[in-house]
Design a protein around this ligand. Structure first.
Ligand code: 5AD
Ligand code: SF4
Length: 469
């Protein structure tokens, strides 16, 4: 059964024609037009913004971070927590003044918030200076939307509710010269009870392997050294494809591309983190020894209500098998504190997982009810102060573990990827260990994009420091 809709190359070509039409209009404006693309949320959104910039560049736009000088503003939004939404509404609200000063400005809102009817209604009624709202499913039609806006100035809302599609051949303008994101799949089928992603990003769908390999090959030729394969649920890759293939096969194929570069991937779900994946990671020399494997909560009752489909025991067993295969594996995870009904005793099971696994770093969140998800309807009796107290216990424990883990690096020499000049005057470069820990490096003669041996001399809970060997 074939479930993924591929946008036809002719349809994508038509969008490139819209780019040319916009470029022809823009050529008549007095100044070269600039665009401001403001991105919230995860790497998937960063990757989407790179495609929006790719289209904008083809339309003749340059880029700015200053909303005053932008002819087009695109706000690529995140809906994962209420806090992210508030920030977006605040910033979009403030643009009403900018637009008053520059009435020709086009203001566009896209990303995960744009796919929620509640948000679309609020923008329609209360943020009338926003010209265009479009959801993730129609990003590939961005040039056509801009063209229409420029020729027929009326507001547009394009947020079809669909399982989603895949469009190849969209131009990209990347933000970095050393690290690159490559989306390999989109969407999520898991429906964890707290999460809005499956509702806004559609069903899981995978890009064809040859398209992914061609993109990575080109990045390697352009000199990229650190390539992250992206997907909301990356190790479900391939289930929707006609060929019999999976994420491990994809890793193996990317690893076979000639060149000196590192492969990372995120995000993985414990239920799909198989022994085959671990063995492939151990065998493939370019796959970085790091795994981001969210476990969210340490208590089995809570995991069940979260609809996580794994238990604490299963998670810990997988981690211990992975550590056997790759002893210096760097582990990170996401955790939610204060899920509806989680007691402080149940929360303490999360602390036990931290003690047992000893993650290198964590991304920790307090539960935020997302309208439309089952968890938003659940009884949530725990007072905010108690949740905060638990959250602080969690971060204090993790700080201690991160500090100890980082201290263990001191004295070692690691092959690190120099990724940028340092923004800290005491150092010359910022670099990353193979496991993606940040290293501030002193020394001369290196340049971004080089792998260099670095002797680690000091550490704290956030990062390492060292000198070029
Ligand atoms: N509240 C708090 N955190 C959430 N996450 C996802 N949904 C919510 C929510 N409603 C966290 C999960 C996920 C990460 C990307 O964000 O930990 O792994
Ligand atoms: Fe935010 Fe999730 Fe959407 Fe990423 S996928 S932008 S984290 S809601």
């Amino acid at each position: 059964m074939k479930r993924t809709t591929l946008i036809s190359p002719a349809d994508v070509d038509q969008q490139l024609e819209h780019c040319q039409a916009v470029a022809a209009l823009a050529a008549q404006w007095p100044d070269k037009p600039l665009a401001f693309v403001d991105t919230y949320g995860c790497q998937q959104n960063e990757a989407d913004s790179e495609r929006i910039r790719g289209y904008l560049a083809k339309m003749g736009f340059g880029f700015t971070d200053n909303e005053e000088e932008a002819r087009i503003i695109v706000i690529n939004t995140c809906a994962i927590r209420e806090h992210a939404e508030h920030r977006v509404f605040g910033n979009v609200g403030a643009l009403v003044h900018t637009k008053r000063r520059h009435p020709e400005q086009l203001i566009c809102l896209c990303g995960c918030m744009a796919q929620q009817p509640r948000v679309v209604q609020a923008i329609r009624e209360s943020y009338r200076h926003v010209d265009l709202v479009f959801g993730p499913h129609v990003l590939w039609k961005f040039p056509e939307m801009v063209h229409t806006l420029l020729t027929r100035r009326s507001r547009m809302f394009l947020t079809p509710d669909e399982p989603g599609s895949i469009a190849e051949g969209i131009p990209v303008v990347r933000q970095d010269r050393v690290r690159a994101w490559v989306s390999v799949m989109y969407g999520c089928n898991n429906f964890c009870s707290y999460c809005v992603v499956p509702y806004v990003r559609g069903r899981e769908r995978s890009r064809r392997q040859p398209d992914i390999l061609a993109e990575v090959r080109q990045l390697v030729e352009e000199g990229y050294k650190d390539i992250t394969l992206l997907g909301q649920n990356v190790n479900s890759y391939g289930r929707d494809l006609d060929e019999v293939t999976d994420f491990s096969d994809l890793l193996e194929a990317v690893n076979a591309i000639p060149g000196d570069f590192l492969i990372r991937f995120m995000t993985s779900h414990p239920k799909d983190a198989t022994q085959k994946l671990f063995e492939t990671m151990a065998r493939c020399e370019k796959v970085a020894p790091v795994l981001h494997l969210p476990f969210q909560a340490g208590n089995d009752r809570v995991l069940k209500v979260m609809n996580r489909r794994h238990t604490r025991g299963e998670y810990l067993e997988k981690i211990s098998r992975l550590k056997e295969l790759i002893p210096d594996i760097v582990l990170t995870s996401d955790i939610i504190v204060g899920f509806p009904g989680e007691t402080t005793r149940e929360f303490e099971d999360t602390l036990k997982v931290l003690e047992e696994v000893r993650f290198d770093a964590l991304f920790t969140f307090i539960f935020s009810p997302r309208p439309g998800t089952p968890a938003a309807e659940m009884d949530d009796p725990m007072p905010r102060e108690e949740k905060l107290a638990n959250f602080n216990r969690l971060t204090a424990l993790q700080d201690k573990i991160s500090e100890e883990k980082h201290a263990a690096y001191v004295g070692r020499t690691l092959r690190c990827l120099i990724d940028a000049p340092s923004d800290d005057a005491r150092y010359d470069f910022s670099a990353r260990t193979p496991g993606n820990r940040l290293v501030r490096v002193a020394g001369s003669g290196a340049r971004p994009g080089q792998f260099r041996d670095v002797r680690i001399t000091d550490s704290n809970k956030w990062s390492l420091s060292g000198e070029l060997v």
